[in-house]
Design a binder for this molecule. Structure first.
Ligand code: NAD
Length: 353
């Protein structure tokens, strides 16, 4: 029985990854090491705790806490480690950049040291397309392209990427990096782009959009995201970097306009809010390298987007407490300028009848 230690398993992608591993490898154990920040939600894995109790363990801990990480590795002796613990929200990084350095840089360095000391066979570093910065014109980023991050979030992730490369060169650490595009799917925190749109429309309110709305993102379903992570964790070349994206590139406004009819709403439900500083105009990845390894995205927006809307419709008891939490309200009040969302939170009344 092999053991995989997943960090950040209570987050959005992490919880899908933990479930995927337990279902796909019925002889293996999964240990989830998570600090349970505002983004870590034990509800995401309630079913796993029930159905896989004999092969699943949760450990509360911070990946930047060397003693806690070492203790977990000594106790569990995992062959594989996948790091999905991160501060992941660009908007929050604008207000709290140091927090992002703590987890996304110091945390990665702590894991790299601990994995080396404990003889972990393979370590996966989960990064993002945002480290490349803006993909101008028709450009698709390749793995060897320069890193030009433009938000504190992206810069902190790029810092982790550089450490990983340096550890591979210096110590021969068998560590692989993925740079995935925007993920979407069930149980994504309601502060993120698609859940904001969907939950605001469910509330009968206006949905905030950063101007001009022409920003392009490449949307990869979380099921395809976790299959890419698993493939690279097991089959990726040590020290290798792997981009992956579905190829489904859409302007933000296109995404909003695809969702509006599902709520029988029109353009008047869109509210342009203050621009986000350092907002990248376009991301696009060349995913040829991981496709050669055998990765194939299966989910398409056309069927997955209505499915996602239905998931949020059916799981208001999941997202409502997160949206009502003090943490989310403080973040939204600080982040959004004069907007319907902010007026709604401050109790000045609903934005749209
Ligand atoms: N969501 C996306 O669209 C996307 C796209 C590409 C790459 N990624 C990357 O995938 C990874 C997972 O992203 P996500 O969207 O699931 O994030 P998330 O914010 O939903 O979850 C992060 C998880 O990490 C945990 N965590 C945070 N700090 C920690 C710490 N110091 N120690 C231990 N646990 C900690 C949180 O409690 C939470 O469970 C991140 O590395 C992110 O950069 C995300």
């Amino acid at each position: 029985m092999a053991t995989t230690l997943v960090t950040g398993g209570c987050g959005f992608i992490g919880s899908h990854f933990v479930r995927y591993l337990l279902q796909r490898y019925p002889d293996d154990r999964v240990v989830n090491f998570d600090a349970l920040t505002y983004a870590g939600n034990p509800e995401n894995l309630r079913d796993v705790e029930e159905h896989f109790a004999d092969r699943y363990r949760f450990i509360l801990g911070d990946i930047a806490d060397s003693a806690a990480v070492m203790k977990a590795l000594h106790e569990e002796r995992p062959q594989l480690v996948a790091n999905l613990a991160a501060e992941s929200h660009v908007d929050r990084s604008i207000h709290q950049p140091r927090l992002f350095l703590h987890t996304n840089v110091l945390g990665v360095s702590t894991l790299l040291d601990a994995a080396r000391e404990c003889g972990v066979s393979r370590l996966l570093h989960v990064s993002t397309d945002e480290v490349y910065g803006v993909a101008e014109g028709e450009r698709e980023f390749r793995e060897e392209d320069a890193l030009m991050p433009r938000s504190p979030y992206a810069a902190s992730k790029a810092g982790g990427d550089l450490l990983v490369g340096a550890y591979h060169e210096t110590y021969g650490t068998a560590v692989m990096t993925t740079r995935g595009s925007n993920a979407y799917g069930p149980s994504q925190h309601p502060e993120k782009f698609l859940p904001v749109i969907i939950t605001r429309l469910m509330e009968g309110a206006k949905t905030p959009v950063y101007p001009p709305g022409t920003q392009v993102r490449e949307w990869t379903h979380v099921e395809d995201h976790v299959s890419a992570l698993d493939l690279v964790l097991r089959k990726g070349e040590a020290g290798g970097i792997y981009n992956f994206g579905s190829g489904e590139r859409r302007q933000n406004l296109e995404m909003v306009r695809a969702i509006l009819p599902l709520f029988l709403r029109g353009e008047d439900a869109i509210e342009f809010v203050d621009a986000r500083p350092g907002h990248d105009a376009r991301y696009a990845l060349d995913s040829a390298k991981i496709r050669k390894l055998g990765w194939e995205p299966r989910r398409r927006l056309q069927e997955a987007l209505p499915e996602l809307v239905n998931w949020y419709r059916e799981h208001e008891s999941w997202w409502r407490p997160l949206k009502d939490s003090r943490d989310y309200q403080d973040h939204a009040m600080r982040h959004y300028g004069n907007s319907a969302l902010k007026r709604d939170l401050s109790g000045e009344g609903r934005s749209v009848a």
